[in-house]
Design a protein around this ligand. Structure first.
Ligand code: AMP
Length: 410
């Protein structure tokens, strides 16, 4: 029989990895809650049409990376589902929403690139620029600084409708004039009206350096907004670099787009920690009559976890309860009390097992302390607690039923 395995590019989480993932989730949602955001959870499956209309039919995500079943797909990203939910439920604006969820893309797996991955993200809906930009970028900065992550913000500004068309025309002429230097993938992009995405292409990096720059095509109004954002970031001491080739590859962005790039050099080729931008077009792309100002961010959890060891903060003291007597009810009562005092308790139900085997089991479970209730402890007014890490044993002058979490700190 063939060996059964997790699907390609999908990871099991257990033990330390799961503890770290959950701690990251807790820290992100708490940071956002402290900034007046509330959590949102949308379904894992959405209609395919949602991503065709938002991310774009010719985007890499929609054209080749979605797992689909009939007309439903496993969500490849979080922004479009959040906007769909806000519109469908007519949620009042503004909305400050946070999430920690898994997403699915049928990509070639490699370090930092999975087919199921977790993102921590946030979306601000109903708040115009530059307020939302500053709010989100400064909270990302606070979050990464607290975690001691080395990163930089890369920024670019995509013009709105008419100016964007003019820029796309200029790019098209430029690439047509240099067709012999262009990679095959980029030639397809030139033909199916996704010329902007050629700027994303690693193969065409050299050529892209001489391509027309988007920021030279901004209208006066766009230039004002862009400069306002940059000057606020400087005042707030949020460091950034400009990247005129940053287009983010999704159809709904206009205005500020950004990526957070890892500077620890631990991630190899996949060094984008997260990205986001303004997406005022999305609400109307999804059929809303009202244009909703919106700005958001999504970061890859796995890529952050390569650099962090969060599980220790999450671990609790573990206590084992063992006895050679039939006192399961009394020990259950003690277990309930200790658990309510934030200890993790393992109770051995088989009192006939013998202490040697019971200790062996607790060793395997990496228990920190053990309470042994033999016949003498049962009748007396004292009990014994052993620290399994140091081997030290203490006699506590009270019946075992009166033990407290403070008795497990030596
Ligand atoms: P995107 O909106 O596609 O730029 O994704 C935002 C962030 O999610 C990226 O910067 C990565 O950190 C993370 N991410 C995107 N795709 C994957 C993937 N296939 N595997 C792991 N992380 C990913």
């Amino acid at each position: 029989m063939t060996k059964l395995q997790a699907p390609m590019g999908m990871k099991d989480f257990y033990g330390k990895d799961l503890a770290s993932l959950k701690e990251l989730e807790r820290l992100w949602l708490l940071e956002l809650e402290n900034n007046n955001f509330s959590e949102i959870r949308t379904p894992v499956l959405e209609e395919k049409e949602l991503f065709i209309r938002s991310v774009g039919e010719f985007s890499d995500i929609v054209s080749k990376e979605m797992f689909s079943c009939d007309d439903l797909v496993l969500r490849p990203e979080g922004t479009a589902p959040v906007m769909r939910c806000v519109l469908e439920n007519s949620l009042p604006l503004p909305q400050y929403l946070s999430y920690f969820s898994s997403f699915f893309r049928k990509e070639r797996p490699q370090k930092g690139r999975f087919r199921q991955f977790y993102q921590y993200g946030c979306e601000v809906l109903g708040e115009s620029e530059p307020q939302a930009e500053i709010k989100v970028l400064s909270l990302i900065k606070r979050f990464y600084d607290k975690l001691n992550i080395k990163y930089r913000f890369e920024l670019n500004y995509l013009p709105s409708e008419d100016a964007l068309r003019t820029y796309e025309e200029a790019l098209t002429s430029f690439y047509q004039a240099n067709l012999n230097l262009l990679s095959e993938t980029s030639k397809t992009r030139l033909n199916n009206q996704t010329v902007l995405r050629i700027l994303d292409s690693k193969e065409d990096r050299k050529l892209n350096e001489t391509a027309p720059k988007v920021t030279d095509f901004l209208s006066e109004e766009d230039s004002k907004k862009w400069n306002k954002i940059l000057s606020l970031l400087e005042k707030l001491k949020i460091p950034y670099t400009l990247n005129p080739a940053l287009v983010r590859g999704l159809d709904y962005y206009e205005g500020l787009v950004f990526e957070v790039v890892d500077e620890s050099n631990t991630l190899g080729a996949q060094n984008a920690l997260g990205g986001g931008g303004r997406y005022n077009k999305l609400s109307t792309q999804l059929g809303s009559k009202e244009k909703i100002s919106a700005f958001g961010f999504g970061g890859g959890a796995e890529r952050l976890l390569y650099q962090l060891s969060l599980e220790e903060k999450a671990s609790k003291t573990k206590v084992g309860l063992i006895s050679s007597e039939d006192i399961i009810v009394e020990l259950e009562v003690l277990r309930g009390k200790l658990e309510s005092q934030n200890l993790m308790v393992d109770l051995n139900y088989d009192y006939t097992l013998g202490f040697k085997k019971m200790f062996k089991r607790l060793d395997k479970l990496k228990v920190n302390y053990v309470v042994v209730v033999g016949s003498t402890e049962l009748s007396g007014n004292f009990c014994k607690v052993k620290n399994l890490t140091t081997g030290e044993e203490k006699t506590i002058p009270k019946p075992f039923s009166e033990l407290e979490s403070t008795d497990f700190t030596f």
